[in-house]
Design a protein around this ligand. Structure first.
Ligand code: AMP
Length: 377
């Protein structure tokens, strides 16, 4: 294939996407500059991705909508709680990346942690729990404090409880116990890190550097990229973990792995089989964004360079927006607005800020955090 033929093979290629939230919107923005057409399926009419492609408003299991999506050149998803049955139905008709088997593992915390263990990837101690007596037995082995989580459909800290006493355990079981659960040891981590990597259909892998994440109330607030003071051993361990997962899941596309750093060791918390909030910094902070690289991977194109351009930070805007003029007055700050109505606890946008050195970055982050805090009041 000569260069001209290669370009025309991309131009106008159609990518179907299950889900049309902000991740879909950012995939769509990257796709547009590659000359792609994106078509989204989401049950919500005013979804953020409607601004960047055609939106089919229907349930994920809707036969007619799935048939329309199956006419795309390739299908992907930006939301990990789409029904596996819908992805399998699509797989019978069109290439779907990543596939339903990766989705199945990521949707169930027990399968996920069992997969980590099988690959020799460190995890907190964990046990499956489906009754009060199983919880009591698991607690006697794992000990307090511990974290009780629903196996499925948890996100942003929802569907989980930290247990510090037997009374906490009883209250949490009362609240969560109607669904299958997992009990995990509470990790007294020094910090939370994540690694985002991408694998193409030909098996080529590119990894972004480890980043450091700050959560509160279970929601990501800030990512520092690259993570400061990462030892070569930690970066190497993270690379090995994600490489093993990508190979095991025969994965195509972007995969994120969330990690706890404890005394220089990395323990795996969870994977996300999609572009990830801890990779948003790559839009301005890396040579090629996670969104562009995901599209390159699923279309069988060469992957882009994943190096960081400079120290940078990503700050989520949750529930409220600071004054845009003030944000943009901070040097090298970039505002991303998702087009969602602000609601408490809802991610409505993010800011990426870069700086030539970490001291200047800290100064800019502090200024932006002050603007965000004043908008929360
Ligand atoms: P998750 O939904 O599993 O990503 O959990 C949300 C957040 O809860 C994580 O980012 C951690 O801050 C915290 N967390 C989850 N699991 C544990 C654990 N086993 N030990 C300590 N903190 C945890």
């Amino acid at each position: 294939m000569n260069d001209r033929q290669a370009i025309s093979a991309i131009l106008g290629a159609r990518v179907g996407v299950l889900g049309a939230g902000q991740l879909g919107r950012m995939l769509g923005l990257a796709g547009r500059s590659l000359g792609l057409e994106l078509q989204f399926l989401d049950p919500t009419a005013d979804s953020p991705a409607a601004a960047v492609g055609e939106l089919l408003v229907a349930d994920y299991g809707d036969e007619h909508a799935l048939a329309r999506l199956a006419a795309a050149d390739v299908v992907t998803f930006e939301f990990e709680n789409v029904p596996v049955a819908a992805v399998k139905a699509l797989e019978a008709r069109v290439r779907v990346f990543p596939g339903s088997s990766a989705l199945e593992v990521a949707q169930d915390r027990l399968h996920e942690k069992t997969c980590f263990r099988g690959l020799g990837i460190g995890t907190p101690p964990f046990e499956a729990v489906s009754s009060w007596s199983e919880l009591a037995a698991a607690l006697s082995r794992i000990g307090l404090p511990a974290v009780l989580k629903t196996r499925r459909f948890g996100y942003d800290g929802k569907g989980q409880a930290v247990l510090r006493s037997e009374a906490d355990a009883r209250a949490a079981f009362e609240r969560l116990g109607s669904a299958p659960l997992i009990l995990e040891g509470f990790v007294k981590f020094q910090r939370e890190l994540s690694i985002v990597a991408v694998r193409s259909a030909s098996g080529e892998i590119a990894r972004y550097p480890l980043v450091q994440n700050h959560h509160s109330d279970g929601i990501l607030r800030k990512t520092m990229a690259p993570a400061p003071d990462v030892s070569a051993a930690s970066q190497q361990a993270a690379n090995q973990y994600i490489d093993k997962l990508l190979a095991e899941l025969d994965y195509v596309g972007v995969l994120a792995l969330e990690l706890f750093e404890v005394d220089g060791q990395l323990l795996a918390n969870e994977i996300a089989p999609r572009v990830h909030n801890t990779g948003h910094w790559t839009i301005e902070g890396a040579v090629t964004s996670q969104f562009e690289n995901h599209l390159r991977a699923i279309l069988g194109l060469p992957l882009g360079i994943t190096d960081a351009i400079s120290p940078c930070a990503m700050l989520n805007l949750i529930g409220a927006a600071p004054d845009a003029r003030a944000v943009l007055a901070v040097p090298d700050a970039h505002l991303h607005w998702y087009g969602k109505a602000p609601r408490p606890g809802r991610k409505v946008g993010h800011i990426t800020v870069r700086a030539p050195d970490t001291a200047t970055l800290e100064h800019r982050v502090a200024e932006l955090e002050r603007l965000i805090a004043s908008s929360d009041k």
